[in-house]
Design a protein around this ligand. Structure first.
Ligand code: S3P
Length: 174
């Protein structure tokens, strides 16, 4: 896995679009490291994401997220990186990601996202009526993922099919 400009494959996308599953499969196919930004936030702070939101608010979380993302992208090792759904909200994060490798946006329709996130109550931004929160946030973020180099609609694809599409683009960029 060698790239002239940036050796990272970076997955962005709304919650429930499959970043976590797809990043695991990609890292195994590419035989490289996988880094999950949320997992790194939890391991480096010693706090759950929901606790950080509760104690420091969303902006406090975004500050930590930006710092951890920059740290991960500064590492030389080729890697697949799964970001949290809101990591794209800051321009500095977007610029850094674009300069670090191939940025792939995973998308899915609202019904599929709601289906995927409903059984998981760990996401602070989806507390309460998850379906209505998803619809509101999807509207607020409708162009937030457009900056990515490529987008893959995962609505009716299996994780393996998503990986195949991404591998094709990745192969062309080498
Ligand atoms: C967030 C998405 C979450 C996590 C945090 C905020 C968001 O990650 O970073 O709860 O703002 O969309 P996932 O996209 O992995 O669920």
């Amino acid at each position: 896995m060698e790239r002239q400009h940036g050796n990272k494959l970076i997955l962005v996308g709304f919650m429930g679009t499959g970043k976590s599953t797809v990043s695991k499969l990609l890292a195994s196919r590419l035989e490289c490291k996988r880094v999950d930004v949320d997992e790194r936030i939890v391991s480096s702070t010693g706090h759950a994401i929901s606790d950080i939101f509760a104690e420091s608010g969303e902006e406090g979380f975004r500050d930590i997220e930006a710092r951890v993302l920059a740290d991960i992208l500064a590492n030389d090792a080729p890697s697949v990186i799964a970001t949290g759904g809101g990591a794209v909200l800051r321009e500095a994060n977007r610029d850094l990601m674009l300069a670090s490798g191939l940025v792939v946006a995973l998308t899915a329709d609202a019904a599929r996202i709601i289906d995927r996130v409903q059984s998981d109550d760990a996401r602070p931004l989806l507390q309460g009526d998850a379906a209505s929160r998803v619809n509101t946030l999807l509207e607020q973020r409708k162009h937030a993922y457009d900056f990515a180099h490529i987008a893959v609609d995962t609505t009716s694809l299996t994780a393996d099919e998503v990986v195949a599409v991404i591998m094709e683009h990745w192969g062309k960029k080498q």
